[in-house]
Ligand binder design. Sequence first.
Ligand code: GCU
Length: 676
Amino acid sequence: MTKFEKCWLNYSLVSEVSGWKDKLSCIFTNLDGKCIENAVKELRVAIPEIIGGNTPGMCICAPCVPSEGIVLKKYDKEDAEYYDDFCPGDEGYAIYYKTDKSLLVIAADTDRGILYGVFAFIRQLQKGITPDKMKIAESPKMPFRMIDHWDNMYGDIERGYSGNSFFYENYRIIIDDRTVFYARMMASIGINAIAINNVNVHQTETLLITDKYLYEVKRINDIFASYGIKLYLSVNYAAPVEMGDVDVSDPLDERVIKWWEKTSKHIYDVIPNFGGYLVKADSEGRPGPFTYGRTHADGANMLARQIAPYGGNVVWRCFVYNCRQDWRDHKTDRARAAYDNFIGLDGEFDDNVVLQIKNGPMDFQIREPVSPLFGGLKKTNMFLEVQIAQEYTGQQRHICYLVPMWKEILEFNTYASENGLVKDIVSGKAYGNTLCGLAAVTNTGNDANWTGHDMAAVNLYGYGRMCFDTELSAEEIGREWIRATFGNDIEINDAIYSMIGTSWHTYENYSSPLGIGWMVNPAGHYGPNVDGYEYDRWGTYHRSDCKGLGIDRSVATGTGYAGQYNEPWSSLYERPETTPEELLLFFHHMDYTYKLSSGKTIIQHIYDTHFKGVEEVETMINTWNSIKEKIDPNVFNRVADRLNIQLESAIDWRDRVNTYYLRMSGIADEKGRTIY
Ligand code: GCU
């Protein structure tokens, strides 16, 4: 096992606790089960570490009426007195302090609710809450809060930047302390579903649903279940063919249906609480129903029907596009693809199918418009898919805090209905469904600090916290993570927050401008290469020439993509003057001399933002150095090394992008700076 650190569960770092001493010396409960055991365990670890003193004693008892201590209990009338109209449901909890009896009560309808309540109480302790103020009642805003691993059984991770997999090594499944710690970390931020293998399912991974690996998968499943997490597996749509059992994977072929029926039954015999299948079909070379002239609804429903009797779900990805495009073809537009492929199927998917839709129409770029599917589909379950792994945003060598971006996406108004914000749609508020929420490609690996860059952990932490409570601000989440990871020192908190807070914009400043995206090295997606994808088959172009750059996606003269939005967006995106400037080049081909609202021309904006981005990284470095004495030397050096790498890369981005556009446009920098 590789060594691992405790990240935000390093409770001993917190020091600012008042009023709790001696009040939490015993835990009372008459609940049982694995989740409850883990909840109790968590309190027994956290309390002495946070407030000092002994490990709390345990009293598993019939409803005794204790005084002084913590009670974990089913939510009932008595708790309701404290909370008018609150109904904890499947995952919510109420926490309050009863002064008359000196009792801290954590009450919920379910074991999972208790576990989340315990973690919430610990967070409050870390924040220094006093007993008289301790009163929270909360249920998660998003029903599903899923994590997708792109881990391969060989042990590598697709787009992994934090070492190798901690689930697999050399085609073996690894189960050790790290697995348990991981489940604990995920529960602490409210994750309730995890897919443990890559969406690109190779032959070995197909074996995960066979007896070769299923019993070990069950062991991981049981660890997850004890932390309230459902386990999912990515499956290959052509598994019946790949296993050599049937010669087609046509979803309407009886033999195929039987194959999945039998396979699914066996999975549920072994793992009765198995979550279900995650599927990437007809996407980037993966097989799917298109091969047989079938729709994605045919494909997804066939699988869904085999697991519906057991309560399983199919998570079906919408990342379906033509990846063999001719760059000379200006009409085919990859951005249109997800909508074009799925909008006609609205209402055709079974209840236990959810479509997993990437946040933007392209592929996790630093800036994209929100996928129009969120405003288009009205009778279909949807997950918003984001990428915690920083594939296109610095690969965990750069600091890039992504919660502000995700928050903007969640707040986007699709105008699909009265409750048309993306967060209303994927929380189920808009259409009253429950199979909905978020899914995220994770950024973990077997590096000691889990996420490669210490600062990248904020994206993992932030993702979970944001899904649980979409009303928390990016700053609240960021500062909470800093406190849990680095302790309560306010100078540290301010310094680190100033480094991460606007790092998304910093990355955007020195990389591709105004929503155009890409410009990365095709091999690996790290570092600048303006034309890296320009004349390739992937549909990812900037179309720069000597006069201007950008893609015309208007209805009138372009690809028509702007027309996939509800009004007023489709009209707003149709014209450059009304397109939000940060997306200008995504929607329009513009002259370099076009004036932005700042009064600057596009070309000057490109030069200025690229110089600014580098300066911002220099400021990050100075800030980090200013708290050197207060940071663990190991962590300090790790982050310092990566900041230097980030600076070098930001300079590279600046110089390559600015040089390219100086040469292409022939227009000099007004400020006369050196551009190579
Ligand atoms: C991106 C990424 C691939 C991944 C794909 C996906 O294209 O580069 O590695 O497989 O997204 O989301 O399926």
